[in-house]
Write a protein that binds this ligand. Sequence first.
Ligand SMILES: [Fe+2]
Length: 254
Amino acid sequence: MKTSPAPFHIPLSRRRLLHSLLLTTGGVITGSVYAEALTLTPRATEGPYYPDHLPLDQDNDLTMILGGKAPASGIITEFGGRLLNVDGRPIRDAAVELWQADNNGCYIHSRGAQQGKERDPGFQGYGKVETNAKGEYRFRTILPGLYTGRTLHYHIRVKQNDKSMLTTQLFIAGVPQNDRDGILRSMGTAEQRLSVIREFTPKSPGSKELAAAWDIVIGHTPEDPEQSGRGPGGPPRRRDGDQDIKDALFGPSF
Ligand SMILES: [Fe+2]
């Protein structure tokens, strides 16, 4: 009998539980058991840099701007997966938005450029995509730039019928700054935090592009705007540590 592969967001302990259930039920897992295993993606602050002016090009490839002269600088990354209800059903025709710092740690926001740094004119900064019939979404972008007080992170919002269902942040496993990031540490339960820290690995051996899989699980009710309230303001500043991050993701020879 065919069974669905375990989604990426199920921690190992849950996977073992499901595996043992498969054995004891002869491969039959009921919808309710499967639904119980899904972990809601935790909410996180929107932060101060949701774009206050949207770019003309808003597609899901942030590395190239339509009519632009040069591609974005930075390490190319791709991530994607499925948007699911907590009961495990794919959600189609929902909008998934991404906004993030460019390679210099700057956002496309009127206060989003850090002191002494300029925004990368080749980086789109914001993009969105609609989930397909299978609930799938995908982005091609860059590794976000680092700035003081935060670890590397992507900002994500899910909208259905123009209502915000989830505002969250996505993190990269192995980044040394993750352990002391106040926002990451405040997000949901330990299991929920694990669900937003994904493995970004080279697309193929020796590749300098990274890829990751991330399923997003949302509840049924729109979020209270106050729950996604703005975090502390102030311009971002760069911190040293880029080489530590590259070493962690590609190995010391990068
Ligand atoms: Fe941010």
